[in-house]
Design a binder for this molecule. Structure first.
Ligand SMILES: [Zn+2]
Length: 136
């Protein structure tokens, strides 16, 4: 095999750290590293970098973090309920219109008005349902 250059050795060092370096190239790399202080230093720095990244990859969460997160989720759920009140008002208004129509209007007019109110109510319910789906 031809002489391994430092540039090639650096590439192979990275492949070795990723466990993708072929065994034959690994032997040539080890031979190069035995005689090249610069490449040994590069390998050492890469190992330190991998170690630092691995320790930062999955930080431990504190108990306070989890408690704060749960508190914030509950607060957000309460706020979402308050945000839904205008839609609940539409549903209530639709039910009130149906009741008024059924109680006060003569039967044919009451039927037409109630049909309109049912349409309005169903639209309000659908809007309420889809807004909840959008939040997911
Ligand atoms: Zn070298």
């Amino acid at each position: 095999m031809s002489e391994v250059t430092c540039r090639t050795a650096h590439e192979w060092i990275l492949e070795k750290l990723d466990s993708t370096l072929a065994p034959r190239q690994c032997e040539a790399l080890e031979s190069h590293l035995a005689g090249c202080a610069e490449c040994r230093r590069f390998e050492e720095l890469q190992l330190q970098l991998d170690g630092a990244l691995a320790s930062r990859h999955s930080p431990a969460l504190t108990h306070a973090f989890r408690a704060n997160l749960k508190r914030r989720i509950k607060a957000e759920e309460r706020r979402a309920l308050w945000d839904a009140i205008p839609d609940l008002f539409h549903v209530g208004a639709g039910l009130a219109i149906i009741g008024i129509c059924a109680w006060f209007l003569p039967l044919p007019a009451s039927t037409v008005a109630a049909a309109g109110a049912v349409t309005y109510l169903s639209q309000a319910l659908l809007r309420l349902c889809f807004e909840e789906l959008e939040d997911i």
